[in-house]
Design a protein around this ligand. Structure first.
Ligand code: UDP
Ligand code: MG
Length: 312
């Protein structure tokens, strides 16, 4: 482990956030309660003016560091890159759109210092997000809680503070499909939370389409639960049992001679079995695909440019 050089690192993933950078930076700067800090912007392949703005800030303030990805690798990989290269004793992760209020930084740090390796910020209310987003998010967190063996806190994003002990362990968890909040819960130690009202995005729109959200939800579930595989097995048993009864019934019909009719039942059973089998194969495929990605062992992200010494 490298020696501790500063007290606090703040990691902010940014993807096309040109309108938010300036204001977010000022709000973060005003709310940092220590003298020794750094702010790491991870530019996740933005196509707008995000990078020049961030580099501009880094020229003005020595605390501002940046990591520029060679393309868009996704929110979770951006956070990972920031965490891995942070040098603070404590590391805060927050979104770059103002939805995670920097005003909570002092409270997060104070709580962490009172003896917690992880303090996450739990959303009491979410403003400015549509019914469907809120509903699907709520449902997802609850389903995940019920089917995983570890306690992943509900209604919590990646906005949190972690101690560098957690950082060191995260670096040893090389899975490709990251669900960082799940990984952090899995690590253990003393974890607690503070509550806040989640604000609206200041500018721009969400980068998470429903497609990305479903992908992310599947990553979360497949990384921390084998429940879908069990469901496939249970469905297999259930359907086999029904089939067994239908077979008895078919034999009975054959023996007692009512054999001509039956197109409807044939059709239903073929479609039903076909459907169940496809679901089973699909679930296997989801897991197998992820095994395949992990076996390839590619780097999780590629850094094009950075002003961090160790990455130059
Ligand atoms: N983000 C990113 N890469 C992506 C998508 C998002 O770095 O591929 C960043 C984005 O700039 C923001 C944060 O991740 O700082 C959260 O994204 P967003 O606000 O779009 O998600 P939401 O709050 O709607 O869940
Ligand atoms: Mg947001």
């Amino acid at each position: 482990m490298s020696t501790i050089s500063i007290e606090l690192s703040v990691v902010v993933p940014v993807y096309n956030e040109e309108k938010n950078i300036e204001m977010l930076f000022n709000r973060i700067k005003e709310n940092i309660p220590v003298s020794d800090w750094e702010l790491i912007f991870v530019n996740d392949g933005s196509a707008d003016n995000t990078l020049p703005l961030v580099i501009g800030l880094s020229h003005q303030y020595k605390q501002v560091k940046y990591i520029d990805f060679s393309r868009n690798f996704g929110h979770q990989h951006a956070i990972s890159a920031g965490i891995e290269n942070a040098t603070g004793e404590y590391i805060i992760v927050m979104d770059g759109d103002g939805q995670d209020p920097p005003e909570l930084i002092p409270e997060l740090l104070e709580k962490a210092k009172s003896g917690f390796e992880v303090v996450y910020a739990k959303r009491k209310k979410r403003q400015g997000e549509g019914f469907l987003k809120k509903f699907t998010a709520k449902a997802f967190y609850r389903i995940l809680r019920n089917i995983t063996s570890i306690e992943i806190p509900v209604d919590t994003g990646d906005f949190r503070i972690i101690h560098r002990k957690i950082q060191a362990i995260l670096k040893q968890m090389p899975e490709q499909h990251k669900y960082i909040r799940g990984q952090i819960s899995w690590i253990g130690f003393n974890q607690t939370f503070i509550e806040y009202d989640r604000a609206e995005r200041i500018h721009g729109t969400t980068k998470f389409t429903y497609k990305k959200m479903i992908q992310f939800a599947l990553d979360g579930i497949s990384s921390f639960s084998t429940w879908p595989l069990k469901i496939a097995t249970l469905m297999g048993f259930g359907v086999s049992f029904i089939c067994f009864i239908v077979i008895l019934y078919t034999v009975y019909q054959k023996l007692f001679g009512f054999t001509v009719t039956g197109w409807t039942s044939m059709q239903i059973s073929i479609l039903f079995l076909g459907g169940i089998q496809l679901i089973g194969i699909g679930i296997l495929g989801e897991y197998l695909g992820r095994v395949n990605e992990n076996v390839k062992n590619r780097p999780h992200y590629i850094i094009k440019d950075s002003n961090i010494e160790s990455l130059k």
